[in-house]
Design a protein around this ligand. Structure first.
Ligand code: GDP
Ligand code: IMO
Ligand code: MG
Length: 445
């Protein structure tokens, strides 16, 4: 295998850090953009030339016309959602030829019963909590992510993209699956007609036929690309603290969304990755349930939410907001092996007299630590140890150079870099491609 540059872009908090913007930006310097995990739970927003694009399954690189995009085997694909995204991007004048979008034949399919199961379980658990039981709901996006990955791991009832174009295979599988799933959904109290295997097989076969020109063995395609000297860009969905193994379990998603998910989710060895850019929002947000030590339920959180338009791209839910947790970011940068950071939404912090950074945790027994606690129960019990730093008053969304930033904003970036131990490569001061400061001085760490 030749050594070529391959860059990973990964979120270091609980999602929505601005990965889509950075993938779109870095796509210009790469040839192939690869999604390796998650599904339509992701919502990546890209803004350029006055246009706003919200992508869920298509890699953000699709907006750059000459780039190849790959949906790797680690992604769970909802064909209905994918086709509607392809249609909407095509309608907006961006062509998606068969060889520009490759979908792994091994990627697992999100079926309607997965989405119904996801929603029914969440509703049942939230209902039980209302009756006084422990709240075990996760606050999922209800996109069927957990049940689809569960079927993958369980194996027997799983359906993969490569199965869709063959109606006989699909029909035989669905005869069994529908009988079992109908009983399970009934037990969860779902009031829908029993699943009809013939109708479902016909519908998903038709979707498979439409997607068939894109469905291929992406493992060989990716190795061929590496061997041909092409530059790869891995687009992380969700974020490190939502990683099924390394996030705040059980309040996580169902895939390895840290960079550790790249090898299993693509079939490429980790050794191909030469650079890892950790995406950090300049403050903290979280959607759904789970511990969030720096959450601010008062005026500060509200002000950040309004200035940052912190409402979900996928579900429209208001995001929980608070100050930046450097302990959490340093942990994620360690797990992901980050070589640099991109600090996003810095403009949102303009106008605060002072800013707070979490640099440690106080535990219930009074001791302190500067190590992250991925165990949700333990993390829920900590109190942040704050460092208060000066804010800046001026708006910064039209600045293009680091030196033009107010000294307090520069100092804020320097503090992030020194605490995390990683240089800052990009500072983002607005949603548009143009509102980006590339930091060239490698010595800022
Ligand atoms: P992703 O899931 O990590 O791709 O992030 P999302 O797209 O869900 O959320 C990030 C939001 O912030 C989107 O609405 C972006 O358009 C917006 N955004 C990205 N960078 C900046 C920035 O530097 N400043 C501001 N104000 N908005 C930004
Ligand atoms: P992007 O790629 C923010 C959260 C959900 C929920 C938990 C589990 O846009 O950053 P799931 O539907 O995956 O079973 O939900 O994970 N979650 C995200 N939060 N951004 C995301 O993706 C997310 N993907 C999943 O809100 O708390
Ligand atoms: Mg998002």
């Amino acid at each position: 295998m030749h050594r070529v540059s391959a860059t990973a872009v990964v979120g270091l908090q609980w999602g929505d850090e601005g990965k889509g913007k950075i993938v779109d930006l870095l796509a210009a310097e790469h040839d192939v953009i690869v999604r390796y995990n998650g599904g339509a739970n992701a919502g990546h927003t890209v803004v350029f030339d006055g246009e706003r694009y919200a992508l869920h399954l298509l890699p953000s690189g699709i907006l750059s016309p000459s780039k190849t995009c790959v949906i790797g085997n680690g992604v769970v694909v909802d064909p209905v959602q994918l086709l509607s995204e392809i249609e909407s991007i095509t309608e907006r004048g961006i062509a998606i030829e068969p060889d520009r979008l490759l979908i792994s034949d091994r990627a697992h399919v999100v079926m309607p019963y997965h989405k119904e199961h996801d929603a029914a379980l969440e509703t049942a658990l939230a209902g039980a909590a209302d009756q006084g039981d422990e709240n075990l709901s996760i606050g999922t996006t209800r996109r069927g992510i957990g049940p689809t990955y569960a079927d993958k791991v369980h194996r027997s009832l799983a359906i993969r993209m490569g199965d869709l174009p063959d109606e006989q295979v699909l029909r035989r599988r669905l005869d069994i699956v529908c009988a079992i799933r109908s009983r399970e959904l009934e037990a969860l109290g779902v009031d829908v007609p029993a699943l009809d295997p013939a109708a479902l097989a016909a519908e998903y076969h038709a979707l498979g036929v439409r997607l068939a020109p894109h469905i291929t063995d992406t493992v060989y395609a990716l190795h061929d690309a590496v061997n041909a000297g092409q530059r790869l860009l891995f687009e992380g969905a969700n974020a490190c603290l939502l990683d099924i193994d390394h996030g705040t379990f059980p309040y996580v998603t169902s895939s390895n969304c840290s960079t550790l998910g790249i090898p299993p989710g693509t079939g490429l060895p980790g050794s191909v990755i030469t650079d890892t850019v950790g995406i950090v929002k300049a403050y903290g947000t979280r959607v759904g349930e789970g511990p969030f030590p720096t959450e601010d339920l008062g005026e500060t959180g509200e002000r950040i939410r309004e200035r940052g338009h912190e409402y979900g791209t996928t579900t429209g839910r208001p995001r929980r907001c608070g100050w930046l947790d450097l302990v959490a970011v340093r942990y994620s940068a360690m797990v992901c092996g980050c070589s640099s950071l991109a600090v996003m939404l810095l403009d949102v912090l303009s106008g605060f007299e002072t800013l707070k950074l979490c640099v440690g945790y106080r535990l219930p027994d009074g001791t302190t630590t500067d190590r992250f606690l991925p165990d949700a129960r333990k993390l829920a019990a900590v109190e942040p140890i704050w460092e208060t730093v000066p804010g800046w008053s001026q708006e910064i969304d039209d600045l293009t150079s680091l030196d033009d930033l107010p000294p307090a904003a520069q100092a804020y970036l320097d503090r992030i870099a020194s605490f995390v131990g990683c240089p800052i490569e990009i500072a983002s001061v607005g949603p548009d491609r143009m509102q980006t400061i590339r930091v060239t001085q490698a010595a800022r760490a």
